[in-house]
Design a protein around this ligand. Sequence first.
Ligand code: 5RP
Length: 225
Amino acid sequence: MTAEQQKQQVALKALEYIKEGMVVGLGTGSTAKFFIEGLGTKVAEGFQIKTICTSEESENLAKQLNIPLTDFTEVEVIDITIDGADEVDKQFNLIKGGGGALLREKIIASSSKQEIIIVDEKKVVEKLGKFHLPVEIIPYVWQTTQRKIEALQGITMIRQRDGGIFVTDNGNYILDCNFGSIDNPQLLERNLNMIPGVVENGLFVNIATTVIVGSDEGARELEKQ
Ligand code: 5RP
């Protein structure tokens, strides 16, 4: 099975967790897109849910598929969020933000009763860090913020798109940071967020409640260690 097929497989599996009447958080990225498309089919068949999106990209897709949207003026808590990830370890720590949506993804995840992560099997790792950690920073004097992040022993690259600096849905920039193998995700997450100019980083610690992994034998829940 290719990674793409596994993404479809886990997205289908995640649909089984959605019950009528739920408020559902919609993740961002190619795996989450398969899930949103599947949800769109269910909605077209009369399935009742409301959703909150983690990016403009996901919101546009939800609107195209006539999936009902809501927001935090209407609801306080999200029942379940389905999102992808760039890396997952066996303690369910994640690196997210490959698609640049980490800030809204973390806000939505932290307001969700269940955060279900759907990934193909290549994303499950012993230790996080091969995938460069996205850190969202404000544009104002961003090189100063970059230097402070590099003082934490990271090598950083400002994310580019179409020949210019990539701008997030929140009007910020992303630094993709190589910290090597990350021994203590919790500490790094905290240290990064202490730096003025850092808005949020892509380390998600103690947030995922379930991880569904694709494989040739079928989608399965990862056992937490
Ligand atoms: C976006 C994300 C995505 O969930 C992550 O990058 C995985 O993307 P994909 O499903 O396309 O591999 O965190 O900010």
